[in-house]
Write a protein that binds this ligand. Structure first.
Ligand code: F6R
Ligand code: MG
Ligand code: MG
Length: 367
């Protein structure tokens, strides 16, 4: 069976209003621009908060110039519409003027996965707003390595061998491959520091799937490193394959039954609880948040994505939404104090240094 590539490419090209949501006309522009394009097998356009999300299947592999050019062109047209409508921060993530073959390093976030589809191929696309790539560390670890989350790791011989993790040090631009269950504690030693070490890809161990192709991928762009100044958090996306020797769909979703803390939220400067929601509720209102995550499920067939299932639009996730809202209130009561506000070293990449600069020269030494 021939390989297909699932690409998730996203950008904030203008908010409506403020940084809360994407205007419906932008979604329309994006759909029109992807419609009928021969290079795509299929596509789905959606949004999480103020991020315009392009989900596409095609046969051109990862880093395809044609597919990236189409995504770039789509964001450009959406930016024009955003300017016309006077949307907020029009073109925010379009950090470069000229497309040079790949959208990496130009502002948009990218997660791409080329694989040989199995007979039944469920793929889940996760999209987050008001947080950073490391926000996926905890849920991805739980899906593929935590026996208290994923029953299959314990009771299904085809998962029992564990998985292989590709972890990136995003400050040093280095990576390391590590395996579970053997190196579980070492993996956690790294990925617990989610602002620095991020899970980039997960692979099966022991030839479970054809060519040991990857089973999960997370976008790891860091906007501040690209732009050289604060332009918002990275609002990551992730793609996860499931079932038949991989975590079941319910095991892939289960980590989100907990409103874990992530960094981002207001001004990319606060810790707050993630809130899993259906697409209709993917609107970052309270204190520009709390950070949201949506998940769309697809049953890929002959390269086509087919219908999207809005997986968190489910009353089973009501309790975690309530937990998230309650934690949001609790955290908010700290106002400008840590640990609601991020620690100083992480505030380096926000607008705070501008304030600190004004105080320079007023400090006196003390004995
Ligand atoms: C967070 C985010 C928003 C803005 C905030 C201030 O990622 O995008 O919380 O940081 O609304 O935005 P400006 O500086 O554009 O007024
Ligand atoms: Mg924005
Ligand atoms: Mg955003």
């Amino acid at each position: 069976m021939s390989k297909i590539t699932f690409s998730a490419i996203k950008a904030d090209v203008g908010g409506f209003p403020g940084h809360t949501n994407v205007h419906p006309e932008l979604l329309e522009v994006a759909r029109k621009n992807l419609e009928g394009k021969d290079i795509l097998e299929d596509f789905h356009v959606t949004h999480c908060g103020d991020d315009l999300e392009l989900l596409m299947t095609h046969r051109h592999g990862e880093d395809s110039e044609e597919v990236h050019a189409l995504a770039w062109d789509t964001f450009k047209k959406a930016t024009e519409k955003a300017k016309e409508l006077g949307l907020y921060g029009a073109g925010q993530d379009m950090l470069s003027d000229a497309f040079s073959g790949n959208v990496k390093g130009m502002g948009p976030g990218i997660a791409e996965m080329e694989f040989t589809p199995r007979k039944g191929e469920p793929v889940v696309a996760f999209m987050m707003d008001k947080t950073e790539p490391g926000a996926f560390n905890l849920p991805i670890f739980k899906m593929f390595a935590d026996p208290f989350n994923t029953a299959g790791l314990v009771i299904d011989p085809s998962l029992h061998g564990g998985f292989r993790f590709e972890i990136w040090d995003i400050k040093k631009s280095e990576r390391i491959f590590m395996e579970t269950p053997e190196e579980m504690y070492d993996i956690l030693a790294l990925i617990g520091a989610k602002g620095r070490f991020v899970i980039k890809r997960v692979y099966p161990k022991g030839k479970k799937l054809p060519n040991d192709e990857l089973v999960a991928v997370i976008s790891t762009e860091k906007l501040y490193q690209i732009a050289g100044e604060y332009v918002g958090k990275d609002d990551p996306v992730a793609l996860v394959r499931s079932q038949s020797g991989l975590p079941a769909l319910g095991e892939v979703l289960e980590p989100f039954a907990h409103a874990f803390l992530v960094s981002g939220w207001m001004r990319g400067s606060h810790n707050g609880p993630i809130m899993p929601v259906g697409v209709k509720d993917a609107i970052c209102t309270r204190f520009d948040g709390p950070p949201r995550v949506i998940s769309l499920g697809f049953q890929v067939k002959d390269g086509k994505m087919g219908e999207a299932a809005d997986l968190f639009d489910d009353p089973a996730f009501d309790p975690v939404r309530e937990e998230s809202a309650n934690i949001a209130s609790y955290m908010r009561r700290h106002g400008p104090f840590e640990p609601h506000r991020l620690p100083l070293e992480e505030m380096e990449y926000t607008t705070l240094p501008g304030v600190m600069k004004n105080l320079e020269g007023r400090f006196e030494s003390v004995e």
